[in-house]
Design a protein around this ligand. Structure first.
Ligand SMILES: [Fe+2]
Ligand SMILES: [Fe+2]
Length: 192
């Protein structure tokens, strides 16, 4: 495993943990139990600044491009790109759904919970597809020095975006994950 695939595997652990938290909150909304509204807002913000702005941008501008130059995977990469667009649209829908629920009836909360569950499912399936198909291929095709170079390009993108935009949210996400229960999947940061 090289630097770029290690990076994305670790990030997918974080993506799945945030998705699992959103799924737990959907459970509580549907069961009419209390839940932390601030946690929902912080998770949505984290999904925007970390998943959409940083993680997916690094995949699109660095990893996908590198793989497209070396394989005939245009169709598979096109599918992943469409899923990225779908996830960004879904975040907008969640924001609107949350605003409607806060000012609305219980039925609006139930619709919001359904959207949360769908978003969490999309993130889980997408990240697993990348872990199981794309990253093993990247390990086969990209040697260690190429992976290190691609990792540096991701770091440059993060610096341009301002790494603190999502890093300062990490302790809060840790806290929310603890609130959501101990059986959440643990991200394997820095594994390998
Ligand atoms: Fe992706
Ligand atoms: Fe990803």
């Amino acid at each position: 495993m090289g630097a770029i695939t290690r990076r994305f595997r670790a990030e997918h652990g974080l993506v799945r943990r945030a998705a699992a938290c959103l799924d737990r909150i959907a459970d509580r909304i549907e069961a009419d139990l209390s839940f932390d509204l601030g946690a929902v807002c912080d998770l949505l913000r984290y999904c925007e600044v970390f998943v959409d702005d940083a993680h997916q941008r690094c995949e699109e501008e660095v990893l996908f491009r590198a793989l497209q130059r070396r394989t005939n995977m245009a169709e598979r990469i096109g599918e992943l790109l469409r899923e990225h667009v779908g996830e960004r649209i879904a975040i907008g829908r969640l924001r609107r759904g949350l605003a409607a629920a806060v000012c609305g009836e219980r039925s609006a909360w139930l619709r919001f919970a359904e959207e949360l569950r769908e978003y969490a499912r999309q993130q889980l399936e997408h990240s697993l597809k990348e872990d199981e198909v794309l990253l093993p291929l990247a390990d086969d095709l990209l040697d260690e020095s190429t992976q290190a170079d691609l990792d540096l390009r991701c770091r440059a993108i993060e610096r341009e975006l301002g790494l603190e935009r999502h890093e300062h949210l990490l302790p809060r996400i840790e806290e929310i994950a603890r609130q959501c229960g101990s059986i959440l999947p643990q991200p394997s940061l820095g594994a390998g």
